[in-house]
Design a protein around this ligand. Structure first.
Ligand code: GLA
Length: 418
């Protein structure tokens, strides 16, 4: 996608105090996209809708193996101002491009549209093909994406889910939030052709402020888990490493293929079905897998699902402060497994994690698909700045591009703004 604004903060350097940037204020951002719609199309939109990006707190590279994840929505959102029209045209405009793209809404076909418009058109296509009674009508949509691009914070899911909310309202389809999650997933996998596992769209639609979302990818059932770090003087620091994603799609697909092969060799439908007590029993089960690399891939997925269960159990049995050391240790173990067993980290991710741990973060890990993107660190609120500073210094020392920093405030899922 090329349509969304990059983060607005000045890049951090080791010399100056790093900026912890904030997302644009939601009401103002909604107002802005409303105004841009009027300027672009010459009349008032029917409404404004938005959906957030996400960080995954724990449960990485398990969604496509029916696993368990614990994401939360962040305060950066994608906004869509939209109106229904009496034509068959889908007219799309983004805040970052001058042209209006016109698509015949009656002839939407997977593969025919590329770039960011595919994520919007794909949602319309998915809702129409899967929801009975959805009519083919035209609409005008103005998009303003405020989720940093390429940061592994799910700017694509935010776009899809904002579009899904807008289309639901404009066509009064009567879909449930979960049906919109599935429409967004279908848009991404079947229409835009990016095979992902459903974590991002679930987080974007179903999250609630002050909470993390416990997501069971076997049936997409969810439970909200209190995750109010601020009241306990804690914070979750996001570091966008700005590392180039190289060959991301191929690597992601390769990891999925490895884990599918592992499940097959273990004789289970998915790796979620492997129930073992302890590392020794796990190693005995994994001995059935011939290839050493595939064995390590399975080891990651199975132990990561166990870590999510343990993390969730800690949150259920008390607040974050009470268990901060154990929660931090689980975050650390998750990253180490993604680095050593799943091999989806890169130098910038490991550097950010190591630097955060070295200056006292309770725990730190990469978040999202890996191969670049962002890390999270669970820190004392009054140390967020100094941890960021230490990460910036470590990047400067290694000659890596300066990272960007945000605080991850657990935010509201997709909805109507005005
Ligand atoms: C990407 C995908 C998700 C998930 C994560 C890894 O973000 O879009 O579906 O697989 O990677 O946990």
């Amino acid at each position: 996608m090329t349509s969304q604004t990059p983060a607005t903060s000045a890049p951090a350097t080791a010399e100056n105090t790093v900026a912890l940037s904030a997302a644009p204020e939601r009401t103002e951002a909604a107002e802005r996209v409303h105004t841009m719609f009027v300027e672009a199309f010459g009349y008032e939109p029917d409404g404004v809708w938005s959906a957030p990006g996400r960080v995954n707190i724990i449960g990485e590279h398990v969604d496509y193996q029916d696993g368990l994840c614990l994401p939360m929505a962040i305060s950066h959102r994608c906004f869509a101002a939209a109106a229904r029209t009496p034509t068959n045209l889908l007219r799309l405009r983004s805040a970052q491009e001058d042209q209006i793209l016109e698509i015949d809404a009656t002839e939407l076909e997977p593969g025919a549209i590329t770039g960011w418009p595919a994520y919007v058109a794909g949602v319309l296509w998915a809702l129409r093909s899967h929801i009975s009674g959805a009519t083919t009508r035209g609409m005008d949509i103005m998009i303003d994406g405020q989720v940093p691009l390429g940061a592994g914070l799910s700017s694509s899911a935010a776009l899809e889910c904002a579009a899904a909310e807008a289309i639901e309202s404009l066509l009064t389809l009567g879909t449930t939030p979960l049906q919109r999650v599935h429409a967004a997933i279908t848009a991404e996998t079947d229409f835009a052709g990016a095979s992902t596992g459903g974590l991002d769209q679930s987080a974007s639609v179903l999250s609630l402020s002050g909470h993390a979302l416990f997501l069971d990818c076997r049936d997409f059932s969810t439970r909200l888990v209190p995750w109010d770090l601020a009241s306990q003087d804690l914070a979750l620091l996001i570091t966008d490493t700005r590392a180039e994603h190289s060959h991301v799609d191929g690597q992601y697909t390769a990891r999925r293929a490895d884990s599918e092969r592992a499940a097959q060799e273990l004789g289970v439908q998915t790796l979620r079905d492997v129930e073992v007590e302890g590392e020794q029993e796990l190693q005995e089960r994994l001995a059935a897998i011939a290839d050493e690399t595939v064995r390590r891939r399975a080891h990651h997925v199975i132990t990561e699902i166990q870590r999510v269960k343990a993390f969730d159990a800690l949150l259920e049995s008390g607040n974050v402060r009470e268990h901060v050391a154990e929660l931090g240790a689980l975050l650390n173990a998750s990253h180490d497994s993604l680095r050593d067993d799943y091999e989806v980290t890169v130098e910038a991710l490991d550097t950010a994690v190591d630097a955060a741990r070295a200056v006292g973060a309770h725990g730190a890990r990469m978040t999202g698909g890996g191969f670049g993107g962002s890390t999270i660190a669970l820190v004392e609120a009054d140390q967020a700045q100094s941890v960021a500073q230490a990460i910036a210094a470590a990047f400067a020392e290694k000659g890596l591009d300066a990272p960007e920093f945000f605080l991850a405030l657990p935010s509201e899922g997709a909805g109507q703004d005005r």
